[in-house]
Design a protein around this ligand. Structure first.
Ligand code: ZN
Length: 441
């Protein structure tokens, strides 16, 4: 059965109000099956590399086949890890897709909907899950402990998130949004999910950005339907035991055909970091649609700067207080992530400056100045200009040539919610609701 036929069958069996909509998207003829030949147009839209195309199967699983928990074990594991998360976070749950969902999953008269949802993992029929409308996500130490190292690890890994457990109620729709800035691997431990994933093309991401902006402004409930305008989508059904891996920033939607449990982890690479810089305007619009978006943006910014510092300069080892340069990217003449960062910085600098607070802007200049001064040779590693007295003049050269013009006097305004951004938040990049779930520490 082709993936589209399986999707149609699954949607037909669903009593979700969203199933008709997803079927109509597939009927539009703009959605391809997930198995397409390497030369197909759809595949090319995703990108030239194999890793650019979403992959579904058992070989990329986070788990050995004989270590996948049974439904009973899953239920116990969810209850245990959820309890630990709640104790740590005073019952403030982190949601899979908080933007359009209710904020507080615990405040209803119907008992604890989260616990009701977990109880449903073990049931064949889903009738009792009515009224449970909210997906939950929490960091799962138990799942982390039984995960295996991915067989095909990408190069230049900056960070891999801890494994999160995501529980989706039967009929839960993940509305249109981008996948986070990492390469995501998600294994379906229980249930059944229909996915549609589109390539992160310029066309698609500008539609998505406009969509986020209209969501952020919207005061009534009418959400514009832009999914039909996206190009190159693929649809498939993810069954129990199957893992799905997809690249950063793919627009996507999914519908849980049954109550579903996913184990999810994502990895940010140095190569992807450059792409993140180019997608800052999209992320800025996304944060406006999020609950506590300002805070999430500021945490994201601080993680972004911390990562930049680590890539360019290394980091201070908290134990020895000495500079550990093992994460610093090697400078290779014609390729590699540092070369890419240096050669695309001038194009990205405006977008970087546009999302940063005054204090953060100073941090960026410090990070770059420190790198440019420490590197061997007298030339600026970004543009090649020879700077005779690097200690004295390099920082100013960076500000003059490699940083956008700033309004005079703005730097003296200390009032605007300044925080020492390097101190805020975790040490990972997170631009996204579901990524937040992996960021609990
Ligand atoms: Zn320069």
């Amino acid at each position: 059965m082709s993936s589209l036929a399986a999707v149609r069958t699954a949607l037909k069996s669903s009593d979700s109000e969203h199933a008709t909509y997803l079927t109509s998207l597939i009927d539009s003829g703009k959605i391809a099956p997930s198995k397409t030949n390497p030369g197909s147009k759809t595949r090319q839209l995703f990108g030239p590399l194999d890793a650019d195309f979403p992959r579904l199967g058992k070989r990329i699983s986070l788990f050995d086949a004989d270590r996948i928990p049974t439904k009973q074990e899953l239920q116990e594991l969810c209850l245990r890890d959820l309890k630990a998360t709640r104790e740590h976070f005073n019952d403030r749950l982190v949601n899979f897709a908080p933007s359009r969902a209710a904020e507080d999953a615990t405040a209803t008269d119907e008992g604890d909907p989260t616990l009701n949802l977990i109880t449903n993992i073990n049931k064949d029929r889903e009738s009792s899950s009515q009224g449970i409308s909210q997906a939950i996500a929490f960091q799962s130490e138990s799942l982390q402990n039984i995960c295996i190292e991915g067989a095909e690890k990408p190069d230049n890994v900056l960070h891999t998130s801890m494994t999160a457990c995501i529980v989706l109620p039967h009929n839960n729709l993940l509305p249109l949004q981008h996948s986070n800035e990492g390469i995501t691997t998600t294994t379906l431990l229980s249930g059944s999910i229909v996915w549609i994933i589109w390539p992160p093309t310029h066309h698609n991401l500008s539609i998505l950005q406009t969509f986020y902006e209209s969501l952020a402004e919207d005061t009534d409930d009418s959400v514009p339907d832009v999914s039909r305008d996206l190009e190159g989508g693929i649809a498939f059904l993810q069954n129990e035991g199957e893992s799905l891996r997809f690249p950063p920033f793919c627009p996507m939607m999914n519908l849980a055909i049954k109550t579903s449990v996913l184990a999810t982890s994502s990895t940010v690479t140095a190569t992807a970091y450059i792409a993140i810089l180019r997608r800052l305007p999209l992320l800025k619009s996304w944060f406006k649609t999020e609950v506590n978006g300002d805070q999430k943006q500021s945490e994201f910014n601080s993680a972004m700067l911390k990562t930049l510092d680590k890539m360019l300069n290394g980091e201070i080892d908290p134990a020895t207080k000495e500079l550990n340069v093992s994460h610093k990217l090697p400078l290779t003449p014609n390729d590699g992530p540092l070369h890419a960062l240096l050669s695309s910085w001038d194009d990205a600098k405006g977008d970087v400056a546009a999302i940063l607070s005054t204090a953060d802007k100073k941090v960026v200049k410090d990070i770059w100045a420190s790198f440019l001064i420490r590197e061997k040779g007298r030339e600026c590693k970004i543009c090649g200009k020879v700077i005779r007295n690097k200690m004295k003049l390099m920082r100013q050269h960076f500000v003059d040539v490699h940083w956008p013009m700033e309004e005079k006097g703005k730097g003296k305004n200390k009032g605007e919610g300044r925080v020492d951004s390097m101190e805020v938040g975790g040490d990972e990049l997170s631009g996204h609701g579901d990524e937040d779930a992996m960021e609990i520490e």
